[in-house]
Design a protein. Structure first.
Length: 266
């Protein structure tokens, strides 16, 4: 019994770590819409039968050309697409009972998560207000996960994200050496004593002009620069590569004031 409990605890810790990873990944790092799990996630709990088919499959099961066992329905494909030469993405609908030999019946719940990676389309060196503008971010579909438990779903999702989008931390992996040194010496804010008025003797927070800010859009574009060189991106998003490269070019337009500060920390 103790061993079983220990395994459950280990899985929960893995799931918690997976969620922290997903929340901080630069492909999802824009906290602009308050998604329930992490930015770019669509989460749902689905009623499923013993064949892991959702309740929607009562209306019919989609079979794609190339799926396992699709040749059983080859004559229907030929009838449906008799006037088409392109076989890619061909599919037909068949009744659930015909596919599985019995009516759909509830068996268990499954946890589903569909992901979308984000691309920042604004100025990476602008004020934080622009980085939180949802209109400045574009979404593209990423890997999906489903499992019988919430923990297993998170673990599987993190595993797929690492494979497709890399194993990165939101800021740690995309800070320049000069920025790291700058941050060690300069806090974002410093306290300034109030010497006049009714609040005399108190302190107010003042933004430190010597601190180099790194907002989510800047991190995202640095990640995108890495991402477009991966086989996964080239295979799945080649059509958008021109736009991706256009967004990345904004990284080169570093403000003069920022460059002057960074020079001090080379």
């Amino acid at each position: 019994m103790k061993e079983a409990i220990d395994k459950e605890q280990v899985k929960r810790i893995k799931a918690a770590n997976a969620l922290v990873f997903l929340k901080g990944h630069p492909a999802f790092c824009a906290d602009i819409s308050g998604d329930s799990l992490f930015e770019g996630a669509w989460f749902s709990m689905i009623k499923c039968c013993k064949n892991s088919m959702s309740e929607a499959s009562k209306m019919g099961v989609t079979i794609f050309r190339g799926d396992k066992g699709w040749t059983k329905y080859k004559d229907r494909f030929e009838e449906e697409y008799k006037d088409e030469l392109d076989e890619e993405f061909q599919s037909i609908e068949i009744p659930y009972e015909e596919k599985y030999g019995e009516p759909w019946k509830f068996d268990h719940m499954e946890y589903w998560c569909e992901t979308s990676f984000l691309v920042y389309e604004g100025n990476p060196y602008s004020s934080i207000k622009e980085h939180y503008d949802i209109k400045k971010w574009e979404r593209y579909s990423g890997p999906n996960s489903f499992a019988n438990t919430f923990e297993d779903m998170l673990i599987d999702c993190a595993k797929k994200v690492k494979k497709c989008f890399g194993s990165f931390d939101e800021y740690k992996d995309f800070r320049l050496p000069e920025e790291i040194r700058n941050h060690k010496e300069n806090e974002v804010f410093h306290m300034k004593p109030i010497t006049k008025g009714k609040h005399k003797g108190c302190s107010e927070m003042i933004h430190n002009k010597e601190h180099v800010d790194i907002y989510s859009g800047l991190v995202n574009l640095r990640w995108l620069k890495w991402f477009i060189e991966t086989d996964y991106c080239k295979k799945n998003w080649g059509y958008h590569m021109k736009d991706f490269k256009k967004h990345i070019k904004r990284l080169d337009k570093v403000p003069k004031k920022r460059l002057e500060i960074l020079k001090k920390y080379k």
